[in-house]
Design a protein around this ligand. Structure first.
Ligand code: SF4
Length: 251
């Protein structure tokens, strides 16, 4: 099983991303484990295991970021990401407020992004935090409940319709859809039709259909071919009018 190593601290990178440029990662979850409401079949951090954990304090996160920004690094984005779902931090709103204040003081040209699986967007404090974020980027890999359960493997209290309405209620939300083939696929014509319908309902500002050039943790999964990603992005654009692109790592 090929897994990415877990982040050692709050700050990592910057990593280069086509959409975000030089993106400084913030992992506000525990340094030694993945914490998530999903257990995606393709997750590079291994299976989700439910265990007690301790979270870094908002003040500690702020101090780490302050120290980093004091060196005047060349970055384009500060991105809440890491190994898991950042909105699971119970003080997510306070952390976003502190990060935004620091950004405004020390790096006003840098934008703030969030990579989220969108499972907590209906929580009022998370919704309020998302309004402060320049680029909320939401995962949506399926448009029907069966595929959602097979690919994203959410915990039992999470439903696709809530994810879609959460994205719709989030200002400036973008969608990233990971497309996979093999033992668990979300790439059949029927599944893509449902995904397009869900995207139409969620009304994001932009959609990226992507796959990755990295060994999948479950050996019988495969990345979707580039031509298929191009076709899916084209269909999304034609059917919904929402700007869409296909992306793969070597593009
Ligand atoms: S949402 Fe992200 S961190 Fe969570 S299981 Fe899926 S890929 Fe892994």
């Amino acid at each position: 099983m090929a897994l990415r190593s877990l982040k050692k601290g709050v700050i990592y990178g910057p990593v280069h991303s086509k959409r975000l440029g030089r993106s400084l990662g913030l992992n506000i979850l525990p340094p030694d484990r993945k914490v998530c409401t999903f257990d995606c079949v393709y997750c590079h951090y291994g299976h989700t295991v439910v265990q007690p954990f301790e979270l870094p304090e908002p003040r500690f996160i702020e101090e780490e970021l302050r120290e980093y920004l004091s060196e005047e690094p060349e970055i384009d984005f500060i991105t809440f990401a890491g190994h898991g779902e950042p909105t699971l931090h119970m003080d997510f709103l306070e952390i976003v407020k502190r990060v935004k204040k620091l950004r405004d003081e020390m790096a006003p040209n840098v934008k703030i992004a969030l990579l989220t699986n969108a499972s907590k967007l209906s929580r009022p404090d998370v919704a309020e935090a998302c309004e402060l974020i320049d680029s909320p980027i939401c995962k949506l890999d399926a448009g029907d409940e069966e595929t959602f359960k097979r690919i994203s493997r959410p915990n039992s209290r999470i439903y696709l319709e809530d994810i879609i309405s959460g994205i719709r209620a989030t200002p400036r939300a973008m969608i990233q859809a990971m497309i996979v083939e093999g033992s668990a696929t979300n790439a059949t014509d029927e599944q893509i039709k449902s995904l397009v319908n869900a995207i139409r309902e969620a009304k994001p500002t932009f959609v990226q259909a992507y796959s990755i050039d990295f060994p999948f943790p479950e050996g019988s999964l495969m990345p979707a071919p580039n031509e298929k990603l191009e076709r899916i992005a084209r269909v999304i654009k034609e059917e919904t009018g929402i700007d869409s692109e296909a992306y793969w790592e070597s593009k």
